[in-house]
Ligand binder design. Structure first.
Ligand code: CAA
Length: 261
């Protein structure tokens, strides 16, 4: 791998997009490597992922403008599909993904963060969809996911004006869940990942599926999705162990109840 660093730390993994000279901009190679990295995650051991960018300045400064500058219509569409396929893989990845946004999250950078389950950022983070200033539309899911996250009105304002926003505004509009100093960000992300990894793994996966798939359909269909995934938890080690542990008055001293599930 030239542009992706992957480290497994016990029950969680950290994916770092590492193309610092170009502020971690996404060219085709970065996208291919990210896809291959996700395919190689050991899902028997890893229960949560963190996605971040290398360096202190940028999470991801967007899709690679140099690579896009000479594309034909057909090539542009194919490049959009390449990004969308990888981002969708991330969004539907069986385990939760936390974006630890450590600087610029522009264009494809904002878009990749929105494919993650949870976004937290450093106080120097900057978000935006600058594409209309470059003569294109957001092409890696920005026209779809931003409106779903912050509402159509705010998404349209950000996309039509191409104005960047800082971390405090991203927090205010609900684009990120929390803001930390640059020094604290990864510690906070790792603490959250470890906390998620301690919970019942089948239940956590089913929650992700239920929330994601439920949001795509109407409420009548959504609650059926929930019922199936709720039922799917029963008779599993997760459910047997979790409930037996709660009901056990003597409370065996088990620090990590789902470690072996
Ligand atoms: N693509 C390619 N290279 C990029 C890049 C990008 N998106 N963003 C930054 N770089 C490169 C710069 O060209 C520069 O390279 P050189 O040193 O070889 O000149 C290097 O990274 C450092 O960048 P700057 O010198 O510009 O750094 P700065 O601190 O002055 O500015 C910045 C930082 C404000 C993020 C600025 O780099 C910038 O505006 N970048 C582009 C952001 C952008 O428009 N992103 C959206 C891309 S389009 C998109 O993503 C489409 C889509 O939806 C799929």
């Amino acid at each position: 791998m030239e542009f992706i660093v992957y480290e497994q730390k016990g029950a969680y993994g950290i994916i770092t997009i590492s193309r610092e000279k170009a502020l971690n901009a996404l060219n085709s190679s970065v996208l291919d490597e990210l896809s291959a990295t996700l395919d190689a995650v050991n899902l028997d051991e890893v229960r949560c992922l963190i996605l971040t960018g290398a360096g202190q300045k940028s999470f991801v400064a967007g899709a690679d403008i140099g690579e896009m500058s000479t594309l034909t219509k057909a090539e542009g569409e194919a490049f959009g599909k390449k990004g969308n396929d990888v981002f969708r893989k991330l969004e539907t990845f069986p385990i939760p993904v936390i974006a630890a946004i450590n600087g610029f999250a522009l264009g494809g950078g904002c878009e990749i963060s929105m494919s993650c389950d949870i976004r937290i950022c450093s106080d120097n983070a900057v978000f935006g969809q600058p594409e209309v200033g470059l003569g294109i539309t957001p092409g890696f899911g920005g026209t779809q996911r931003l409106a779903r996250l912050v509402g159509a009105g705010m998404a349209k304002q950000m996309i039509y004006t191409a104005r960047n926003i800082k971390a405090d505004e991203a927090l205010r509009i609900g684009l990120v869940n929390a803001v930390y100093t640059q020094e604290e960000l990864m510690g906070a992300a790792e603490k959250m990942a470890a906390g998620i990894a301690k919970n019942a793994p089948i239940a956590v996966r089913n929650c992700k599926k239920a929330i994601n798939e439920g949001l795509d359909v109407d409420m009548d269909a959504a609650i059926v999705i929930e019922e199936k995934l709720f039922g799917d938890c029963f008779e599993t080690e997760d459910q047997r162990y979790g409930m037996a542990f709660f009901l056990d008055k003597n409370k065996e001293k088990v620090k990590e109840p789902f470690k072996n599930c």
